[in-house]
Structure formats: C-alpha cells, structure tokens
Design a binder for this molecule. Structure first.
Ligand code: SF4
Length: 365
C-alpha cells in the first residue's frame, strides 16, 4: 500500500508526520500548479467546485509517481464534498487507474467506521495511530504559530523577499524532516528566522480577516496567495479556519464529548440557525467575531458554484450593514485572471485605508 493524499495548504506537513511516525510509505503530490489544475479540470464535470478539480489533479500526479491508495477525509453534510471520494474514484477508474480510496469521516459521524479506517491504515496499530494523530495535532499548533508570525512580520518589514526565501526553504526542509518531532523542530527554527527579520514596530497595519470556504482559504494556489498579497500591501491578516481549527472542532472536541464550533454557531444563529453543509455557519460566525474585534475589513473567498458559500455571500451583505464592516467577495475557479484579482485587492486595501483615515479625522474634529 503506497498512500497519497491531496494538498490543502499546510495539511501535508501534519499528514506526512502521521505516516512517518507509523513507518508507512506515503507519496506527497507535487505542489499544486496550473498543470495540476489543467489535469484535474480536463477530467472533472465542468460545473463541479474548484477543490474537486485541483485534488483530482493532485491524485493523477501522485498515481503517476507510484501511489495506489488515496486517503481523504469525508463528510455526510449536504454539499458536494460528500461525493468527492466516490466520484473521483470512478473518474480515475475510467482513466484506467486502479486505486483504492480510504475515506475517513469525522468520528462524530460514525465512530466505528473511523476506528475501522484507522486500523486499516495503520496495519492494526490503532493506539499508535491515535497517538500519531495527536502528535500531528501538535504539528498543526506550531504551523498556526508560524503563520501568525508571518502575518505579523510581513506588513511591518520593508524586505518582503526575505520572508519568501525563508518560507521557500521551509517547504524543502520540512519535506526532508522525518516524523512529527523533527517536523516541529523545523517549524520552530523557521519561526525564529522570521522573528529575526528587522521590522518597524510603529507600523499600524490594516487588520483583515479571511473568511469563506475552507479549502480555498487554506490552499494558497486556489486563492492566488491572497495572504502574501495582502501582507505585501501592508495588511495584517488572520485566516479564520486552519487545519488545527478543523482538527479541534471535528476530532478533538467530539472525542472528548464536547461540541465543536460553539462560538461560530452562537454568533451566526440569528442569521442561519441550521447546518446547510460546508461551513456557512462558521463563515458568518467568524465575520461577526472579526467585526466585534474591530477588524478593518474582511475578504470572503469561495469557489464558483459552492452552494454553502453562495448562501453565506447573501447573508454577509446584511452583516456588512449590521456590523459596519466592509467585505470584499472573491470567487475563484480555473478562469480567474491574476491581474484582475490583484487590482480588486489593491482597490479594497486603498478603500479600507481611506475609510480608517477619514474615521480618525472625524474623531479628531
Ligand atoms: S463547501 Fe463548496 S467547494 Fe467545498 S465541497 Fe461543498 S460545494 Fe464544493
């Protein structure tokens, strides 16, 4: 069994740690590029959402590199994600690839099925696998800390290319590390390098929250590196959902008898009291939370045809009015043009700056 898994931001680092700890060979797909998307789009239904197309491209590349088993998380929620695995398996079979799919649903949906899949993946070493998952969670904690350092340093330093170089080397070094312990050492060392970059502590950057569909806010290829772009424009950003956040709410809390996404559900309840699939309640909850924390603006990112986020989009217009917070809406698919995307971000940042400046003036006089 040679395992592979799709890319979704930094998730590969934590998943690699799990399989390294278990001594199981896994193949990490090459980082997503235009070619990956082209491969996946060619074989996908035209109107399916972008993550389906990109992850299919990831699988094709991994299979060509020798993988024979694909591991993904699943969900029974009422959106397309529930049929990603079965449909992608069918497409790959039609292409002549004989691969096995292991779809791991969160334990709260089917605890026995979850344990069965963990046992299968770990060759019967279930308790060691559960410890490895917990160690991978610690990796996710460190990844979030590293990103927060980036978010802080980027708008406050003049030389943005130093950050890019450090992060480029990080991707190479983390692939060479073996197991969660070594991976955490690499992440911490990278954080220290970022912290040694000279910054202007007097800079007061705009604060922008990133909300929307989980895959497109986490996977930088799909959102055209929105975090880096906004950081380079002088904004300190915060990503509302991360792999750690997902793991806490879908694995750790249910495993200890607690309900996940409490804050998000409480805040979003007046606007959307029921689960409609995807992360609509989380998106609305985070938008309100950022507004309460006095963020200057929000960017909602979601794939074209994403049903849950189209619902969020309509509610967010009301949140803008109710909470007096500007929101930029970015829809992504394989047709997105980089120049138009960059222009919209620049215009939004200019608008937020002007708004903040005018607000300060009106407070003064
Ligand atoms: S949340 Fe949206 S993008 Fe994600 S699988 Fe569901 S419909 Fe597709």
């Amino acid at each position: 069994m040679i395992i592979t898994y799709p890319h979704m931001g930094e998730a590969y680092i934590a998943v690699k740690g799990i399989f390294d700890n278990l001594g199981i060979k896994s193949i990490i797909a090459p980082f997503t590029t235009e070619d990956t998307l082209r491969l996946g789009s060619r074989e996908s239904p035209e109107c399916v959402c972008l993550p389906f197309k990109i992850t299919l491209g990831n699988y094709i590349k991994s299979i060509e590199a020798g993988a024979d088993t694909i591991v993904i998380t699943g969900s029974c929620g009422p959106c397309r994600f529930g049929y990603y695995g079965p449909l992608q398996k069918q497409i790959l079979q039609d292409m002549g690839y004989d691969v096995d799919f292991i779809i791991i649903d969160p334990p709260k949906e089917n605890p026995l099925d979850f344990l069965h899949n963990i046992k299968k993946l770990s060759n019967g070493k279930t308790s060691k696998a559960i410890k490895s998952i917990y160690d991978a969670y610690k990796v996710c904690i460190e990844i979030d800390k590293l990103n927060e350092i980036q978010y802080y340093v980027r708008p406050r330093t003049k030389n943005k290319s130093i950050i890019n170089n450090i992060m480029y080397n990080f991707k190479r070094e983390v692939l060479d590390a073996h197991g969660t312990k070594e991976i955490i050492e690499v992440i911490k060392a990278t954080g220290n390098k970022l912290l040694s970059i000279p910054i202007d502590k007097n800079t007061k950057p705009l604060k922008i929250g990133i909300i929307g569909e989980i895959y497109t806010i986490i996977e930088p290829f799909s959102n055209l590196n929105v975090e880096e772009r906004l950081g380079n424009m002088g904004a300190e950003i915060h990503r509302s959902m991360t792999i750690k956040h997902w793991a806490e709410n879908n694995l750790i809390m249910p495993a200890t008898g607690r309900k996940g996404y409490k804050m998000e559900k409480r805040l979003s309840n007046p606007y959307i009291p029921v689960l409609i699939g995807g992360h609509t309640q989380q998106c609305i909850g985070h938008a309100i939370n950022y507004a309460n924390l006095n963020y200057d603006g929000l960017v909602q990112i979601y794939p074209m045809t994403c049903m849950p986020e189209i619902v969020s989009r309509t509610i967010l217009s009301q949140i803008e009015k109710d909470y007096n917070i500007p929101i930029l809406y970015l829809i992504v698919d394989e047709q997105v043009g980089e120049a138009g995307y960059q222009t919209r971000l620049e215009a939004f940042v200019d608008y937020l700056r002007e708004r903040k400046y005018n607000h300060k003036l009106s407070e003064k006089f």
